[in-house]
Write a protein that binds this ligand. Structure first.
Ligand SMILES: CC(C)(COP(=O)(O)OP(=O)(O)OC[C@H]1O[C@@H](n2cnc3c(N)ncnc32)[C@H](O)[C@@H]1OP(=O)(O)O)[C@@H](O)C(=O)NCCC(=O)NCCS
Length: 175
């Protein structure tokens, strides 16, 4: 975690809580900014509010969405999604996390990733997976520092912004 006083460390004012339907516009805004400007997601078109609401409803208590809330303002979110609908995969979930661009680099992403890993532990999940697009060194750094390890590389499985993109699969086992 970052250290320092509240002015230099905004995470001290950020709390993590379960997302509610009222958070859907903020979640969509943060996600759609990443859709438009990054390869973190392979969505290429912004998500409508209805689609984002449906996405949230598909996240049952066993697959929660957390938001990072600073005094009523959502600055990021993280989720656990089913890896597959095949029942033998029930102990495995996929991690996603996004922070508003103007809030990045202040420890909020680490806070969210720590929070979603803890939530996975509380839910007694067995394994967490993350797909990280090639070049996302910040995400790789955060995952590795929280115990995720590389599993392999899927070569050129995405095409966005005019180029083919590798995806790195990272995994963390939960005790
Ligand atoms: C990935 C993301 C969630 C991280 O959020 P954030 O709030 O910026 O992250 P933090 O400030 O908590 O941490 C950034 C870390 O990366 C490190 N870092 C910064 N630049 C880096 C670089 N070029 N290479 C490696 N590490 C870097 C920082 O030192 C910090 O590590 P530390 O906590 O050990 O000091 C955010 O950048 C984001 O929303 N990106 C777009 C969506 C995305 O990529 N999501 C992840 C999909 S797998």
């Amino acid at each position: 975690m970052n250290s320092g006083d509240a002015s230099s460390s905004p995470t001290t004012q950020v709390t993590l809580r379960r997302a509610t339907e009222a958070d859907v516009p903020s979640i969509a805004e943060i996600y759609n900014e990443a859709v438009r400007t990054t390869v973190a997601t392979f969505d290429t078109e912004p998500r409508s509010l209805d689609a984002q609401r449906e996405w949230l409803h598909h996240h049952d208590p066993g697959h929660p969405v957390l938001v990072a809330d600073r005094q009523g303002h959502v600055v990021g979110w993280a989720s656990l999604s089913p890896w597959s609908d095949r029942r033998a995969y029930d102990g495995t979930a996929e991690v996603s996390f996004y922070v508003r661009s103007e809030e990045r680099g202040r420890g909020i992403g680490r806070h969210l990733l720590e929070g979603i890993v803890s939530t996975g532990q509380e839910l007694q999940l067995h394994a967490l997976l993350s797909r990280i697009a090639d070049g996302n060194s910040v995400s790789v750094h955060l995952h590795e520092s929280l115990g995720f390890r590389p599993v392999g590389v899927m070569r050129e499985v995405g095409f966005k912004f005019g180029r083919w993109i590798d995806v790195h699969l990272f995994q963390r086992m939960l005790p």
